[in-house]
Structure formats: C-alpha cells, structure tokens
Design a protein around this ligand. Structure first.
Ligand code: ATP
Length: 364
C-alpha cells in the first residue's frame, strides 16, 4: 500500500514544492510556521486545490497526475476532512448529521463502533447547539469516518477548544487512531498534540518539506529548534512502564538499558506498556561522577555531543545516552567552565524525578 505525493504550485507570493512518502496508517502530524503551507498541502490532498503540477498515489490509486492529466475530483477521492470548527448541520440531530454522507456499509458495520469509540452514542438525538465544543468535534470526526474514507485529513481539529476539551478529544483521538486502519494527516500548531497523538512528523517551511521521520527522530533533531527556544528544549524518549517502588509513590520507567524513577501517575494497568516521556532540558544537570549519595535518583552515564550557547549566561548541552538516545541539558556558563565540560567527554546526567508530571508522559 502506498501513500505518496509531490506537487508544485505558485500563488502570487509563495511557491510550493512538496514531496513525501507517508506511512499508510497511523497519524502523521504536519507542523510548521503560519504560512508554511500546511493548509495548502491538505487542500491539494483533498482535491480542493489543483496544483500546477504534481502526482498523488493513495493505495495504488492515482488521485492526481498532471503528466497524464488525471485529476480525481474531491467527491471521488475517498478523502475525508475535519476542520477547526465542526461544521455540523444545525437543524439536524447528531444521528442525522452522522448519516449524512455515510455509506450503507459503514452504517451497518461501523456506526455502533464509531459512536461508542468517540463517546457520542448517548447524544444521537441531540441537536448540535446543545453539545459542547469537544462533543461537536467528536461528532464531526465520526461523520468523516462514516464516509469510509481511505485518508482522513484533520486541519487543527482541536484549535478552537479550551484545554480541558482539547485533552478530552485527544483521548478519544488516541483510541481512534489505534483502531482505524487508514492514514491520518493531522495539521497542528501544538507540540503537545504531536507528542500525544502522532507517529510521524512532517515539518514544512516556506512551502517545502524540511523534515520527516518518526516523532522522536524529528523532535530530537534540529527542525523543531524554533519552537523550543530558551528554556523549552526537551527530548522525547520511549519508555516502558515497570514496577512501582515498594515504599514510595514512585514508578520505574525503563529506557533502553537504563531506568528512571518518576512520580507515580495513573500507571497501575500500564505495566509493560510503552509510553513517550518528554525530558525537559531545564530538569537535567550534569556531574563528573555518578554521585549516588545525592538526592537525585536518576543518574545516567552519557557522552557530551554538543555545547551551544542559549543566551549570555547558559548553554544547551546535547548528550548521547547511546547511539539513538539523546538528552539535553540547560547549564550555566559558570557550571560549564567549572566542570571543564567539552564535546566527547563522559559525564553523568542527573534528572530531577520530582519535576515529571502527567504533561511529560503520553500514551501513544
Ligand atoms: N488561495 C490563495 N491565494 C493566494 N495565496 C494563497 C492562497 N492560499 C494560501 N496562500 C498563501 O500561501 C501561503 C501558505 O498558506 P497556508 O494557508 O497553506 O499556510 P499554513 O501553514 O496553513 O498557515 P496557518 O498556520 O496560518 O494556517 C500563505 O502565505 C498564503 O498567503
């Protein structure tokens, strides 16, 4: 199964030249500054915009090929789109909204599954104006999927919701993405949404694809530096939930051959499960010896791979835990000089367990 696109297009001021080979399941988040071309990409994929040249193949189906003059129109593409606002029909009930555009086979086979999965089964008789923003978006997502698309495009679907609603819909989206077997292309401005939801990340800048890879690869690389300025640098690692401490409300998380202790969250039924863990550079310090008598329990041997100035008084250290895994640390210039730190040096990274909150962890 293939999902690939390439296209060129010129608006008055802006030239677009994008190409990528995307996974044909899971969530690919599209991230980039305002004006980088995220909506333009969705419009080209959905068929709302015909680019000057290009080619799109989805599941061996040619949706666009400027060379052979093939252009499958929007309504024949089997591509569904969810927008920032739910765009429900106000005069129809939730059920009528859901049935609008649904295929017969989806109504028979998926209606109950989708309405249950998205937590809207009890709302079927309600009118949209009685629903919360989060409920409306969940109805919009179910409606999109009931058209049995082969591709789901989401253009900042959580952007108009407040934080509690965002988290509520994210939880549903998470379960959904693990269940449906089509690619989801998800435009967002939020790294929190990327961390919780996406498998892959496509970064756009000035109408071009500047990075693509797993979320961890891209997050830990240079493309997101713009969004992680100053104190906000972090690395994203995959950890496996292990045992709870017998005496303290702490939980062991295994990362490669190392382990970290983090404050106990709602982990009880997650032992053995993989989770993403975001380690903020400001919570990581560096010492020359393991210092196991100190108050910090999380001490990992690392090698310094980079030291770059963050501002007039501090540096960002990049340290490798092994060939694939990185940690970053914000360290004052004073401490850098005192410890005589240099690239290639073997040191110990200390991570404050107490600073981990639910926000540092994601199921995915
Ligand atoms: N129909 C159009 N005509 C002319 N220029 C356009 C058109 N649509 C988009 N553009 C230009 O193309 C650029 C990219 O727009 P696009 O909406 O794809 O960016 P975006 O990354 O989705 O931005 P945002 O995050 O603000 O939604 C912008 O500079 C915009 O002005």
């Amino acid at each position: 199964m293939t999902f690939q696109f390439s296209f060129q297009h010129q608006f008055a001021e802006q030239h677009f030249s994008m190409a990528a080979h995307l996974p044909n399941n899971g969530v690919t988040a599209v991230f980039g500054r305002s004006g980088s071309g995220k909506s333009t990409l969705l419009n080209v994929l959905s068929g709302l915009l015909a680019p000057q040249s290009g080619k799109i193949i989805l599941n061996e189906r040619l949706l666009l090929d400027s060379e052979s003059k093939c252009y499958v129109p929007v309504w024949k593409r089997k591509v569904a789109m969810v927008f920032q606002d739910a765009r429900l029909f106000p005069h129809l009930s939730v059920q009528q909204n859901l049935l609008f555009g649904a295929t017969n086979s989806a109504i028979t086979s998926r209606f109950t599954q989708l309405t249950t999965l998205l937590g809207i089964a009890h709302l079927l008789q309600a009118k949209p104006n009685t629903l919360s923003g989060g409920e409306k978006q969940r109805v919009a997502i179910a409606r999109a999927l009931l058209s049995e698309p082969q591709l789901l495009l989401m253009d900042e679907p959580l952007a108009s919701l407040d934080l509690p609603r965002k988290r509520e819909v994210l939880k549903y989206l998470n379960q959904l993405s693990a269940t449906i077997d089509i690619p989801i292309v998800y435009v967002t401005h939020s790294l929190e949404e990327v961390m919780h939801l996406a498998d892959h990340l496509l970064v756009l800048d000035k109408g071009q694809v500047v990075d693509f890879g797993t979320v961890e690869e891209v997050w830990n690389g240079p493309s997101l530096a713009l969004w992680q300025e100053g104190e906000r640098h972090s690395t994203l690692l995959t950890a496996t939930v292990a045992e709870r401490h017998p005496n303290y409300a702490m939980r062991k998380m295994n990362i490669a051959q190392h382990s970290l202790w983090v404050p106990e969250q709602d982990f009880t039924d997650k032992v053995g499960q993989s989770m993403r863990i975001r380690i903020d550079a400001q919570d990581v310090s560096v010492t020359l010896s393991p210092n196991l008598v100190g108050s910090i329990r999380n001490v990992l041997p690392v090698v310094i791979t980079g030291i770059s100035p963050l501002n007039s008084h501090s540096n960002l250290l990049t340290c490798s835990l092994n060939e694939q895994l990185l940690l970053k640390s914000n360290l004052t210039q004073w401490a850098t000089d005192d410890l005589g730190l240099h690239v290639g040096q073997k040191v110990y990274a200390q991570i404050k367990g107490v600073s981990f909150t639910q926000q540092n962890l994601a199921n995915y």
